[in-house]
Design a protein around this ligand. Structure first.
Ligand SMILES: NC(=O)c1ccc[n+]([C@@H]2O[C@H](COP(=O)([O-])OP(=O)(O)OC[C@H]3O[C@@H](n4cnc5c(N)ncnc54)[C@H](OP(=O)(O)O)[C@@H]3O)[C@@H](O)[C@H]2O)c1
Length: 292
């Protein structure tokens, strides 16, 4: 008679081995995380989406802390405004839907500033959108910017980081990516995909000494949230968000930088509710006329 328990044990052990929770003799330990330091030389950051809102505040905070900061976005005049009076901030206009332009900008920054210690992807498009309104063009613009922008960036950026021996790659997702929110289909779906993608990249890139970080802000005042016509609990200023981000990126190597804690706690609790309860709550987020 076959005993089930040892078989189940073997399968469980194989599953743990396959996901790396158990190590066989042939497995090497994971390499230590090392954040690149350059002695007395200023470190170099690149903030994509640095012409406004959170990205602009992060760029200014890093520059004030002694970093050289490249900033990108489509509107050159917004980049120039952020750089005005700050010689450590350098505008590089860029549209993240253009893969060739991304590769050229990486090469240009590396040539001008020497290397890329920290790259932050914060470009995003956002529009409220309901099921009856899943216009293909508008939906795909959001996906093409928020998600595919990171995909286009990843290959040439990783090549540059490998050439220079490592670096950090941070992606601004959102607490909206923790769950599917009503009226936020394209945006929430992209932010969820970004969290998933960052998890994959964190594991894959660690052996190359590339540290992937995922940033999940709650509501922050910006051009993006100016479009919102619904209540935004725990809304914070861009400067306050930038403080959380820069502190998280420079004082730790942790994967997830999420804030404010009240919003993070609320969204994660909602995520782990059983679905009937989950939908009872999200239904209340619908505009009054459509929740009946
Ligand atoms: N505000 C919030 O409550 C909140 C919450 C969670 C997460 N976030 C995330 O934080 C990041 C920054 O958002 P924000 O709130 O500071 O809004 P924002 O001021 O509108 O910033 C978005 C930036 O993305 C740039 N951008 C848009 N499309 C682009 C493209 N195709 N190529 C290059 N750049 C592009 C915009 O510049 P151009 O228009 O000049 O290109 C803009 O500077 C976004 O990823 C957003 O999803 C925001």
């Amino acid at each position: 008679m076959v005993s089930v328990a040892p078989l189940a044990g073997d399968h469980f052990r194989a599953a743990l081995l396959s996901i790396g929770l158990l190590t066989g003799d042939d497995r090497k330990p994971a390499p230590c995380v090392r954040v690149c330091k350059r002695g007395d030389m200023a470190q170099v950051a690149w903030v994509i989406g640095g012409g406004s809102g959170i990205g602009a505040a992060v760029a200014q905070r890093l520059a004030d802390a002694g970093w050289q900061v490249a900033i990108s976005g489509r509107r050159a005049e917004k980049l120039d405004q952020v750089a005005a009076g700050r010689p450590a901030i350098h505008p590089y206009p860029l549209d993240v839907t253009d893969g060739a332009a991304i590769a050229a900008t990486i090469a240009q920054i590396a040539s001008d500033l020497g290397r890329l210690d920290l790259t932050i992807f914060g470009a995003a498009a956002w529009q409220p959108m309901e099921v009856a309104d899943y216009d293909f063009g508008r939906f795909s613009t959001i996906v093409d910017t928020n998600l595919m922008g990171v995909v286009r960036l990843a290959t040439p950026l990783v090549a540059q980081l490998e050439r220079q021996g490592g670096g950090q790659f941070a992606v601004i997702s959102s607490v909206a990516g923790y769950l599917g929110l009503p009226r936020s289909a394209a945006y929430s779906a992209c932010k969820a995909a970004l969290i998933n993608l960052c998890e994959t990249m964190r594991t894959e890139l660690l052996p190359k000494n590339i540290i992937v970080r995922m940033i999940a802000p709650g509501f922050v005042k910006s051009e993006l949230t100016d479009k919102n016509d619904f209540p935004m609990p725990f809304l914070m200023e861009a400067d306050e968000a930038a403080r959380h981000i820069v502190d998280g990126l420079t004082r730790s190597t942790r994967f997830e930088i999420a804030f404010p804690w009240q919003m993070v706690w609320l969204m994660k609790t909602l995520r782990f509710l059983p679905y009937p309860l989950f939908f009872a709550v999200t239904r209340r987020m619908l505009p009054k006329e459509s929740s009946r």
